[in-house]
Design a protein. Structure first.
Length: 139
């Protein structure tokens, strides 16, 4: 029955996406948390106007919601099909190799960086690899 199936889909969206994203964003306001996002939010709230802080935090919240949707797809809680205009179909998560969430905000070439026309904070921008010996190099 379509009604029951849609209701199950709605329950999964609320539990796996909406409620988890709200919980994570609430935790980011806890100054005891030791994440880059929490530190940035605390700085924005302490130093800027309320409007500036909210404008900076909105994209983080949106990205969190989308990330949790993609994680639910990666973990096979939600299975969907995507059809291109030409009829080509991708079955998710099967055709995504379980990495849809990684493609979303992946460093440098993630979907957000490549396709978004709206503001976002690149939390990967300042990350660098430590000096790692090349494969096969003498240590």
């Amino acid at each position: 029955m379509p009604g029951e199936v849609l209701d199950e889909f709605g329950k999964l969206i609320i539990e796996w996406v909406r409620d988890r994203a709200i919980n994570v964003c609430d935790n980011r306001l806890d100054r005891c948390s030791q994440t880059a996002i929490t530190a940035r939010w605390a700085e924005l709230i302490a130093e800027g106007s309320a409007e500036e802080a909210i404008r900076a935090i909105i994209p983080d919240c949106v990205d969190t919601v989308i990330s949790y949707l993609l994680i639910a797809i990666d973990q096979e809680m939600i299975k969907i099909s995507f059809a291109r205009d030409n009829g080509e179909i991708a079955e998710l998560p099967e055709d995504s190799v379980g990495e849809v969430a990684g493609w979303y905000e992946g460093a440098e070439d993630g979907w957000v960086q490549r396709y978004s026309t709206q503001r976002f904070h690149d939390y990967f921008a300042n990350l660098t690899l430590r000096d790692i010996p090349a494969e096969g190099a003498d240590e």
